[in-house]
Design a protein around this ligand. Structure first.
Ligand SMILES: Cc1cc2nc3c(=O)[nH]c(=O)nc-3n(C[C@H](O)[C@H](O)[C@H](O)COP(=O)(O)OP(=O)(O)OC[C@H]3O[C@@H](n4cnc5c(N)ncnc54)[C@H](O)[C@@H]3O)c2cc1C
Length: 364
């Protein structure tokens, strides 16, 4: 818990309580801000892939050095769920952070002295700054970048699944390194993940896989996942046609070696596959006066870069550092400084991914 002895040093409203929002909230609370975090969902039905966690992630965000924080997010590849749960527990333990779930933000606004958001049921939350951490279809981005509000469909999707190693046939070698495979114009990534207890013992951990596929754009459009050039939602397991499951099973047998083929077939058998259309957003700016963007609201690189999460982490740290250092000069100056610190790096990240995307989508 926060000791409560530090003075309150301003207030922030963070829109979105996924990874970027929770990290921004923790970093801002660390420098003494009161933070309201607004999240439209109630934590059910969430999906996520595998993420690379840096050493000392929670310690850097919270400014505390307890061993329990080090253990909560171990360094290395982790499931989205494990990282989210640890960030959420840290936010729940921080008395400067108030989380409001099932709170859908409709718009973000500002005047010379304050910034605020309006929710779907017309409630207003205001603060010195508003931080958009509301993902690739950000509402806050519409106010920060009204001339370029939407991320664009990159022309392909990623099929994703996770399987317990115990559920598939015993293997001679359980992979522990990232596998990158190509076949039939597809690209496949496979990685080993710990189970809920953190074990990676051979045969007792999990395998996570992502399969990039540029040949199913008609399906995405037919299901309303992509409309025009904008990604609307992920293709859920229940909405994947039986014929597509059969085709994927056929292609998995043809292109992917064991144990990846077995992992895919197990997920298909359990209907535990999702198809996420890939979006990309190359930002021109991250800030408008008292409004700022972090994470996928700010920049959407293809997951092929493997760096969306670490970019969100750097956003959170930079944001808190700038607000902390610019107190005398005011919040607008602080956010300008944040933009100056982050914009070029995140543009390079997105552009690097676009080079992959253009070639891959053309080949599909
Ligand atoms: C398929 C896939 C694979 C990935 N793989 C990797 C990887 O291997 N490595 C890596 O580093 N990164 C990866 N990423 C990217 C990484 O997951 C994100 O960059 C990171 O999690 C930050 O996301 P976010 O919190 O900004 O956005 P999101 O996770 O999209 O969260 C946005 C949050 O805002 C909420 N929200 C949205 N609108 C509103 C609203 N109007 N009002 C209130 N709340 C709202 C949403 O409910 C959600 O909780 C991947 C992404 C995808 C899609």
């Amino acid at each position: 818990m926060n000791s409560g002895v530090e003075p309150v040093r301003g207030s922030a409203v963070v829109v979105g309580a996924s990874l970027a929002g929770l990290m921004a909230a923790l970093a801002l609370a660390r420098i003494g801000m009161e933070v309201d975090v607004l999240e439209r969902s109630d934590d059910t039905g969430r999906t996520g892939a595998a993420l690379q966690a840096e050493p000392g992630l929670l310690e850097q965000l919270t400014g505390r050095g307890a061993a329990s924080l080090r253990a909560a997010i171990p360094t290395g590849v982790q499931t989205w769920f494990a990282v989210h749960a640890a960030l959420r527990a840290a936010a729940d333990a921080e008395c400067r952070i108030r989380l409001h779930q099932q709170t859908n933000v409709r718009e973000a606004r500002q005047d010379t002295g304050r910034a605020w958001v309006v929710t779907g049921d017309d409630k207003i939350f205001e603060g010195d700054i508003v931080i958009g951490a509301d993902g690739h279809r950000s509402v806050v981005r519409r106010s920060v970048c009204p001339d370029k509000p939407d991320a664009e469909f990159a022309g392909y999707l990623i099929w994703i699944g996770i399987v317990d190693e115990l559920a598939i046939a015993p293997q001679r070698h359980w992979p522990r390194d990232l596998a990158i495979l190509n076949g039939g114009g597809h690209t496949f990534l496979g990685c080993s993940l710990p189970d809920d207890a953190g074990t990676r013992e051979p045969g007792q951990g999990r395998l996570g896989w992502g399969w990039y596929d540029a040949g199913r754009n008609d399906l995405l459009r037919a299901q309303g996942c992509v409309v025009g050039n904008v990604v609307h939602h992920t293709l859920r397991a229940a909405d994947i046609p039986e014929a597509t499951y059969r085709e994927l099973a056929r292609e998995a047998r043809k292109y992917w070696p064991s144990p990846w083929r077995d992992a895919v077939l197990d997920c298909i058998e359990r209907r535990a596959v999702i198809g996420t259309p890939i979006a990309e957003y190359l930002p021109e700016r991250l800030v408008d006066r008292r409004l700022a963007l972090v994470g996928d609201a700010a920049h959407v690189p293809t997951p092929m870069t493997g760096n969306g999460f670490s970019a969100s982490f750097r956003d959170a740290l930079a944001l808190a550092e700038c607000v902390d250092e610019c107190r005398g000069a005011g919040f607008e100056a602080a956010l300008q400084r944040y933009q100056a610190m982050r914009l070029e790096d995140v543009r390079r990240l997105v552009q690097g991914g676009q080079n992959f995307s253009r070639g891959f989508a053309r080949g599909g």
